[in-house]
Design a protein around this ligand. Sequence first.
Ligand code: NAD
Length: 397
Amino acid sequence: MRILILGGDGYLGWPQALYLSNKGHEVAVFDNQTRRQFDLKHGFESLLPIRMLHRRVERWAELTGKTIKIYSGDTTQWDSLAGAFQDFLPEAVVHFAEQRAAPFSMIDREHAFYTQYNNVLGTLNVLYAIKEIVPDCHLVKLGTMGEYGTPNIDIEEGFIEINHKGRTDVLPFPKQPGSFYHLSKVHDSHNIQFACKIWGIRSTDLNQGIVYGADTYESVLDPDLATRFDYDQIYGTALNRFAIQAAIGYPLTVYGTGGQTRGYINIKDTVRCIELAIQSEPQAGEFRVFNQITEWFSINDVADKVVRVGNRMGLNVQCHSLANPRVEAENHYYNVVHTKLLDLGLEPHLLDDNEIEHMISLALANQDRIDRRMILPTVNWREAENDVKRVEEEFAN
Ligand SMILES: NC(=O)c1ccc[n+]([C@@H]2O[C@H](COP(=O)([O-])OP(=O)(O)OC[C@H]3O[C@@H](n4cnc5c(N)ncnc54)[C@H](O)[C@@H]3O)[C@@H](O)[C@H]2O)c1
């Protein structure tokens, strides 16, 4: 199939491009490099060195003889997006191209505005590009489990049957997201469902859990193919951050009491889930929702695992509870239905000690690249205006 990967230079988009190219699909990536610009502006670097997109693609071709096409463009800029669609005529579009950090979206008005503008209007353009250029194309859109929040009932897979005053309907599961970023995903979901209904677009909305892991079977083939590994307080996800902290003797930064429970997924399963979604195409007009997680843990569970594995490796790993900078329940019910991808054939890589040891070993091997300034949280949800200058100064200290 011809598959266009929006955000194909990112943590997940790049290994996805390699995975699908390796499976024999014709793959193109579309990216505006905004994630790399954030690093340049703040002096950050991924734990593992990442090559420029052109070099990555060149190396993949040298190793495998397979080509990945590059489009430089921005989803919010209609001409560049439509140009890529017209040139490549995708049969499936995998949409990763969003600002994806909750703390970034909570810095202040400007960052909340950018996040929702970039994500919601970018996705609206993608919907119009499909409608006008490739109406049969399947949109596979990355949402997040964070759209649901933490309700006191089981989280169903997208929809819930409601009995109300003697009548019954199947309705979208209620959403109670915890940041302006997560809200952007909810707004996306509404727009996508509406577009499916009115134009007959086919779409799969993947409510993905927190992704962990440094590599996939393809990205380890050569150092030039490595994907980014973020460990900072803005873009680093929990387990990735803890692995780095363990390696450099920094107490694990547990926010609040640590009972916050979330769904997790290994990056190797993410790439497979998207393949499964592409292979099992929805009907025209169908809006499917899959919960893309394989298991769930509280922050304390994750920290305990890292402490145990780190200490077994001879490190002295400690935990430290910080005042929670976020507004979120710290003790709550959490039970998620996630059978649809398993039914399609997903065989999960569950989190085991070997995976954690591998991540800590990578951090130990790249210790000289770890910048301690990037670890402590500086964005507080309660402040409507986190002074950007102060946030940057605190980063620097
Ligand atoms: N990483 C996770 O744990 C996780 C969990 C759940 C959902 N997701 C979702 O998966 C997607 C990818 O996440 P990631 O971790 O790879 O993020 P990432 O920031 O590493 O990658 C996103 C890529 O999209 C590009 N991009 C952003 N806005 C763009 C625009 N307007 N036009 C073109 N390119 C643009 C960026 O330059 C970057 O290369 C996001 O939508 C994210 O919300 C990620």
